[in-house]
Design a protein around this ligand. Structure first.
Ligand SMILES: [Zn+2]
Length: 246
């Protein structure tokens, strides 16, 4: 009970990653989710589509693969909404679907895709997710569930060519992150379907490790994942700010 007399709802997760497509999180912030889980934080993933428009594999294949990837990433909860793959829209109905999840899981931190992206679904989810986080804090919206607004929203910017606000050191988790991505066997194992469109399996490892190495180098570690935050950082002790200047 808090001072107002209402029952505190136990948080079901500390960090929730919201993504347009199954396998987005594995590419943009899987190492970060692994690192947070290793610190004892409860992590969760909400995919907004089920992958029915993909060139390879069925939505059923992707569900099985997403569950396997979630197990490898050590997340405590993963689910998918039913928004149309390739045609996600920022509507009130879709915002409310996300509000219901936010109020159930009550995350302190939400990870969203960066707002500028080649794939329109990714940029729309940045706005859709942000607005859902805002609405979730309003008592008059869906009044049957207690309001909850995340404390922090960060944007996973790996797909975008922008300078990150900060990098998470995923060096200890790079192999596990790769295993989570390769759990999507219907997408990434070599096959005839979509062979002109998809990167060969051998090259996926090289590309994803090279990207992680690039962001790691910016922060003085081996492998890293980049994030943007809109607000400024706050420093307590100048002598403890990480990342070497010269
Ligand atoms: Zn995607």
């Amino acid at each position: 009970m808090n001072s107002a007399g209402s029952i505190e709802v136990a948080a079901a997760c500390d960090v929730l990653a919201i993504a347009a497509h199954r396998d987005d999180v594995e590419q943009t912030c899987g190492g970060t989710l692994l690192r947070m889980a290793s610190r004892g934080l409860r992590t969760a993933i909400l995919d907004l589509t089920r992958g029915e428009a993909g060139t390879r594999g069925t939505a059923g294949d992707r569900e099985r693969e997403a569950n396997e990837a979630a197990r490898i990433l050590g997340v405590g909860w993963r689910d998918a909404l039913d928004l149309p793959d390739g045609a996600i829209e920022n509507t009130l109905e879709n915002r409310i679907k996300i509000v219901r999840v936010l109020r159930r899981l009550r995350p302190r931190v939400v990870i969203l895709p960066y707002w500028q992206a080649r794939h329109p679904d990714h940029s729309i989810v940045a706005a859709l997710g942000y607005e859902a986080c805002f609405l979730s804090g309003l008592a008059r919206v869906e009044a049957d569930a207690a309001p909850h607004r995340p404390f922090k929203i960060v944007y996973a910017s790996l797909y975008a060519d922008v300078r990150p606000s900060f990098v998470v050191d995923i060096t200890a988790f790079i192999e596990q992150r790769h295993a989570a991505l390769m759990a999507y066997r219907s997408q990434y194992t070599n096959q005839a379907a979509g062979s002109g469109l998809f990167v060969p399996e051998e090259e996926i490892r090289e590309r994803t490790f090279a990207e992680a190495r690039h962001y790691g180098l910016l922060a003085g570690v081996k492998y890293g994942e980049p994030f943007i935050q809109k607000e400024v950082g706050l420093v307590d002790d100048l002598t403890l700010i990480p990342v070497l200047s010269i």
